[in-house]
Design a binder for this molecule. Sequence first.
Ligand SMILES: [Zn+2]
Length: 434
Amino acid sequence: MTTHLLTGARPLGGEPTDVLLADGVVAAIGADARRAGAHVVDADGLVLLPGLVDLHTHLREPGREDAETVESGTRAAALGGFTAVHAMANTTPTQDTAGVVEQVWRLGRDAGWCDVHPVGAVTVGLAGDRLAELSAMARSAAAVRVFSDDGKCVHDPVVMRRALEYVKAFDGVVAQHAQEPRLTEGAQMHEGVVSAELGLTGWPAVAEEAVIARDVLLAEHVGSRLHVLHLSTAGSVEIVRWAKARGIDVTAEVTPHHLMLTDELVRGYDPRFKVNPPLRTAEDVEAVRQGLADGTIDTVGTDHAPHPREDKDCEWAAAAFGMTGLETALSVVQAAMVDTGRMTWADVARVMSTAPARIGRLTGQGRPIAVGEPANLTLVDPAARRVVVPEQQATLSVNSPFAGQELPGKVVATFLRGRATVLDGALVPAGGHA
Ligand SMILES: [Zn+2]
């Protein structure tokens, strides 16, 4: 395996130093890192982060290989600085058996761009009534720890209670897509001033907040772990803050797009801005930024949701919900949180690597940058600027809400257990590294 010497890298944005990657681990940092024979990566001025970990990726395989495959999605992940992603369960067939999660896990391992951890469905076929074979998925080769019906809400309180009880046996977590179905029937966007003006059916904040409030109380009642996916309203942040202060074992996620975009964008009826949960108001954006900065929100999850053109290039009402995100997530977090002075790069490492790895119970990911630790690392150039061109991305889909927009920061290199998956901002083919 190639030995890499990163010269002048700034771990977590700190003082520049040299970092040697050898035999899959961080072999040396500082003066004794300079060794003959190593491939030198000029990291002058670049920020070195632990490899990013996404708890919320839709890879679409099996079933919708026209939107994304494990291969294409993990290429996108590597280019975005990720060394591990959790693949959501809403595939066809659903990831609700040991057989399907093992299939996705194997596809990820064979592709080799980053670790793929399949998420197991909570209920059979995401139908919301019968629990899937959670323990068989947990005991499978895929070693599933995160369970979610994402895309759908586990809305039956008895089913949710049983799931929370069940996952305790293997230290799992239920990741809830909080959306009260009756309150969001036919909903097309956030319910508020803009939806009223446009005459579109609105999606009230309370439809999200009511489920989160119920679930934190259920998690407390059964003494289990709950992860709230993509929370998007100021009220949701308040509920999670209250729950944490009460000692409830809850973690929460926000997406890059909810840190940046508002429902004002819907006025143009461009389906790229149609997403679930919907884009909210500027006050909500401010609240989720504050919640992420103060630790109420634990993670940034991409909710990378690729869709083929025919599902997005249509009128607003008919278009699919979802946005791509793997290749822009770090830049959006830099723009929303770092360049605004709200977070440091160490904070970014916490919300995009350490915390998601801990919630997913991953070993070897989200680790400190220290000698002997697995060399899962990302080098980012915070001074770079680039215009987002979806057609040039590795994802098979082009439904990026940031298309044509200039964003700060660029992933220069990604290392997976010491092997470069990305160098000089480009993928390194599998044959190119010993
Ligand atoms: Zn969701």
